[in-house]
Design a protein around this ligand. Structure first.
Ligand SMILES: Cc1cc2nc3c(=O)[nH]c(=O)nc-3n(C[C@H](O)[C@H](O)[C@H](O)COP(=O)(O)OP(=O)(O)OC[C@H]3O[C@@H](n4cnc5c(N)ncnc54)[C@H](O)[C@@H]3O)c2cc1C
Length: 536
C-alpha cells in the first residue's frame, strides 16, 4: 500500500497504526461520515506475525521492528540495551509476547488521583470489557463480544503443575482470573491468541475496518513532523519515496507513534524543552518541558535452570525431529510450542506482606534461550523464570539526538536509580529462587545455570541484575497525562497549549500499569475514540 497526495482532506489524521492507533482508527471510522487517515511508517504485515512464537523471530527483524538501542548508562553497566518496537500495522501488538494483562485497579485510580478525570478503574473497566472477547471463564468484569480475542493458554505440561504446586508450597496463592480486579497469585497466562493465531490490533481492529471508504490507510510513510499554524496543528508531513508530502487534517491530528517516536515527532516539530530543541537548531514553536521526560520501563531479571526430566522443556521439543513434530502439531491443531505466548504461566506477588497489592510480576517459561540471540535455545533441557517490579520509580527520558528524523532518539532508562526499585528487584530475585527451590520442583530442578549459586548476597544480586538484565519492552510515560505545565496532554489527551493535536499511545501513561502494556495501550486507543467523538 502506498500513496502520496497533498490535497486529500481528512477529518482526523492518526500517526502510527499500533496497539493504540489501530484501535483508535477502527473506532473513529465506525461512523461512516468521519474521514480518517492512518499513516504508518512500517509495512502492512509480516508473514511471521500471525504465528505466536514469532515474537522470537521478529524481536530484532528490521522488516518489522525499529530496533532501537538505549544509551549506555552506568546503572546498567554501560550497556546499550536493545529496545525492540513493532514497525508494521498493529505496531508492537504484531511482534510482542502476546501476554494479556489489564493491570490493577490501583493503577488507574492513581492516574485519576493525578487529576485525570475519566481514567479511574471504574471509568476504564467498561473500556477493557468492550474491547475484548475473553474465551475463558470469568466474572462480569470480562468482555464477551469485543474485537480483541483473548484466551487462556491451553498447553498442558507436568512442569506447569510442579510450578503451581511449588508456588503454593512457597506461600503464594493460585488465581483463576488475574484480569479480574484481584491480580494476585500464580496463574495460567491469558494471551492475545485465538485458535493458535496472534490477535494483533492489525488483525482484530484494522482488518475488519479496511473496506470502509472513510478509512484510508497508507503504509511505509514515516511522519517527520506536524504542521503548525501558530498554536494550532493543521496536518503532518511524511516521507514517501524520498519526497516530503504534506497532508492536512480537517479536525485533528492524533499521534500514536508509541513512547519512543511520539516525543521525537513533537521535538522535531518544535514542541518540547527549549534546551533540547536549541541543542539541535530547532526553533521553539511551543515550550512544553515534559515532552520526552517521565520514561518508565520494566527491567527484567531472568534466572535459568537446567531441567532433569526429559520431555517437559521446549528446548528439547523445539529442536531437530521435535521441531518437525511441533510444526506438524501446529498445522494440524493450532497447538504446541508454536502457539505459545512468551510465558505460559505468570505470577503477580508481593515482595512484602504489608503491601496492599502485588509489586512484582514473574514470567515462568518452559525453555531457556542464549542471550542476546533470543531465538537460539540452549541445547540442554532448561527453564526460565523472569521477574520485574510492577511499578518502577526510576524515571528516564527520550529526546532527539539530531534534527534528522531518520536518526533514532536517545533512550535513557535510568534503570535502578531509585532504591525502592533496587530493593524490589533483589527481593523478587530471591522469590524466584524460593519458588523453583520448593519441594514440588525437586524432580524437575537441575542446576541453576544462570546466574548460578555464587551470586548470593544482595549486593551480588543487584550487581548481576545491573550487568545482565534487559527491558521487558514496556516503555511508557514520555508524554505524560496530567493537568498543568508538567505534563504533555490533559485528561482528554489534548496536547497542552496546542489546538487540534492529541496523543493516544503508551506515552500518555502517567505511571506504569501493573503488568505488560499492550492491553492498557489498546484501552487508551479505545478511550481516545470516545473522547474525540464526544468533542465532535
Ligand atoms: C518485543 C516486545 C514484546 C512485548 N511483549 C508484550 C506482551 O507480551 N504483552 C504486552 O501486553 N505487551 C508487550 N509488549 C509491549 C506492548 O506491545 C506495547 O506496550 C504496545 O504495543 C505499545 O503500543 P503503542 O500503541 O504505544 O505503540 P506501538 O504498538 O509500538 O505502535 C506505534 C506505531 O507507530 C508507528 N510509527 C512510529 N513512528 C512513526 C512515524 N514517524 N510515522 C508513522 N508511523 C510511526 C510504528 O511503526 C508502530 O506501528 C511488548 C513489546 C515488544 C516490542
Amino acid at each position: 500500500m502506498s500513496e502520496a497526495s497533498a490535497d486529500i482532506q481528512h477529518d482526523y489524521i492518526i500517526v502510527g497504526g499500533g496497539s493504540s492507533g489501530a484501535a483508535l482508527a477502527s473506532r473513529l471510522s465506525e461512523n461512516g461520515s468521519t474521514r480518517v487517515l492512518l499513516l504508518e511508517a512500517g509495512r502492512a504485515s509480516h508473514p511471521w506475525s500471525r504465528v505466536p512464537v514469532s515474537f522470537g523471530m521478529l524481536i530484532d527483524n528490521p522488516a518489522a521492528n525499529w530496533r532501537f538501542f538505549s544509551e549506555p548508562e552506568p546503572g546498567t553497566a554501560n550497556r546499550s540495551i536493545p529496545v525492540p518496537r513493532g514497525k508494521l500495522l498493529g505496531g508492537s501488538s504484531s511482534i510482542n509476547g502476546l501476554v494479556f494483562v489489564r493491570g490493577q485497579p490501583l493503577d488507574y485510580d492513581t492516574w485519576a488521583q493525578y487529576g485525570n478525570r475519566g481514567w479511574s478503574w471504574q471509568d476504564v473497566l467498561p473500556v477493557f470489557r468492550r474491547m475484548e472477547t475473553f474465551e475463558g471463564s470469568g466474572d462480569e468484569t470480562r468482555g464477551r463480544d469485543g474485537p480483541l480475542r483473548v484466551s487462556e493458554v491451553p498447553d498442558q505440561n507436568p512442569l506447569y503443575d510442579a510450578l503451581f504446586a511449588a508456588a503454593v508450597a512457597a506461600g503464594y496463592k493460585r488465581n483463576a482470573d488475574y484480569n479480574s480486579p484481584d491480580q494476585e497469585g500464580i496463574v495460567k497466562t491469558q494471551a492475545t491468541i485465538s485458535r493458535g493465531r496472534r490477535m494483533s490490533t492489525a488483525h482484530c481492529y484494522l482488518r475488519p475496518a479496511m473496506r470502509r471508504p472513510n478509512l484510508r490507510i497508507i503504509t511505509e510513510v514515516p511522519v517527520e513532523r506536524i504542521l503548525l499554524e501558530d498554536k494550532r496543528c493543521v496536518g503532518v508531513a511524511y516521507r514517501h519515496n524520498g519526497r516530503v508530502v504534506e497532508v492536512r487534517a480537517g479536525k485533528e491530528v492524533i499521534l500514536s507513534a508509541g513512547a519512543v517516536k511520539t516525543p521525537q515527532i513533537l521535538e522535531l516539530s518544535g514542541i518540547g524543552r527549549p534546551e533540547v530543541l536549541a541543542a539541535h537548531g530547532i526553533a521553539v514553536r511551543h515550550e512544553l518541558p515534559a515532552v520526552g521526560e517521565n520514561l518508565r520501563d520494566h527491567i527484567n531479571a531472568r534466572i535459568q535452570w537446567r531441567i532433569k526430566v526429559r520431555g517437559v522443556s521446549y528446548n528439547e521439543m523445539a529442536r531437530g525431529v521435535g521441531a518437525v513434530k511441533q510444526a506438524l502439531k501446529y498445522l494440524a491443531t493450532g497447538g504446541g510450542f508454536l502457539s505459545l505466548p512468551s510465558a505460559p504461566l505468570l505470577a503477580f506477588l508481593r515482595t512484602r506482606p504489608e503491601l496492599e497489592t502485588p509489586d512484582v510480576q514473574m514470567h515462568l517459561v518452559p525453555y531457556a534461550v542464549k542471550n542476546p540471540k533470543r531465538r537460539q535455545l540452549h541445547d540442554f533441557p532448561a527453564m526460565t523464570v523472569a521477574c520485574y517490579q510492577l511499578r518502577p520509580e526510576s524515571l528516564g527520558s527520550i529526546h532527539i539526538k539530531s534534527p534528522d528524523p531518520a536518526v533514532d532518539p536517545a533512550i535513557r532508562f535510568n534503570f535502578l536509580s531509585d532504591p525502592i526499585d533496587q530493593r524490589a528487584m533483589v527481593d523478587g530475585f530471591r522469590m524466584m529462587r524460593r519458588i523453583v527451590g520448593a519441594p514440588p520442583m525437586e524432580p524437575f530442578r537441575g542446576e541453576e545455570y544462570s546466574p548460578g549459586s555464587a551470586v548470593e548476597s544482595d549486593e551480588q544480586i543487584l550487581t548481576w541484575i545491573r550487568n545482565n538484565s534487559e527491558t521487558a519492552y514496556h516503555p511508557i510515560g514520555t508524554c505524560r497525562m496530567a493537568p498543568g505545565p508538567n505534563a504533555v496532554v490533559d485528561d482528554r489527551l489534548r496536547v497542552h497549549g496546542i489546538a487540534g493535536l492529541r496523543i493516544a499511545d503508551a506515552s500518555i501513561m502517567p505511571t506504569m500499569p501493573s503488568g505488560n502494556t499492550n492491553a492498557p495501550c489498546i484501552m487508551v486507543g479505545e478511550k481516545a475514540a470516545d473522547l474525540i467523538r464526544a468533542a465532535a
